[in-house]
Design a protein around this ligand. Structure first.
Ligand code: IMP
Ligand code: MG
Length: 179
């Protein structure tokens, strides 16, 4: 039985996202008065968010990425998180700000937080564009959150379904219906 995917209405518009990302940049700038700051994006989902976010943080910083794979082509979490690319930048002694697209079960973040704490950063915080607020136990609650997200599968602004829809400039829900 084939499943049909239907793109719903925008949940967060491009304008809403731009305004909130600008505020996040100011919050982050205020939080780090001094020290080396490395903004570490979790690929691929954070790539658009990262590029907007760092341009809204008016202080010196460095940018790197890591790749964690947790989702296949389905819309539910598998619980299996793998690290496919490790940042090349030195993490020790720096303020690390992990930038994530969305916190769902929290499995990805919990694994990443444990791994990054082992690299002895000066501090570790999380900036999540979206937070579903359904994670049972988070090792580290995101200090910076763009929006609380509804309990839907969301796509656009970097978020994908089986690699589709990342390019949408807004965030919309995706409904899977059995035909
Ligand atoms: P978690 O490990 O369950 O918290 O899931 C984290 C990752 O799953 C996110 O970084 C996304 O890549 C992906 N993900 C979770 N929820 C959604 C969603 O609603 N839309 C698209 N991707 C999602
Ligand atoms: Mg992701």
């Amino acid at each position: 039985m084939p499943a049909a995917l239907e793109l719903g209405a925008a949940v967060f518009s491009a304008e809403q996202i731009a305004a909130r990302v600008q505020e996040l940049g100011e919050e982050i700038d205020d939080h780090y008065p001094s020290g080396d700051l490395l903004v570490l994006g979790v690929l691929k989902g954070s790539f658009i968010f990262m590029s907007d976010l760092v341009r809204n943080i008016p202080r010196p910083l460095q940018v790197d990425f890591l790749v964690a794979a947790s989702y296949g082509s389905g819309t539910t979490t598998s619980g299996d998180v793998r690290l496919l690319y490790d940042p090349e930048t030195q993490l020790r002694g720096k303020h690390i700000l992990l930038a994530e697209d969305i916190v769902d079960s929290g499995n990805t973040l919990n694994r990443l937080v444990r791994l990054l704490e082992g690299r002895e950063p000066r501090s570790l915080e999380i900036c999540a564009l979206l937070h579903k607020r359904i994670a049972r136990s988070l090792e580290l609650e995101p200090r910076f959150v763009g929006f609380d997200a509804p309990p839907l599968f969301l796509v656009g602004y970097g978020l994908d379904h089986a690699e589709d829809f990342r390019h949408l400039p807004y965030i919309a829900s995706l409904e899977v219906s059995k035909e």
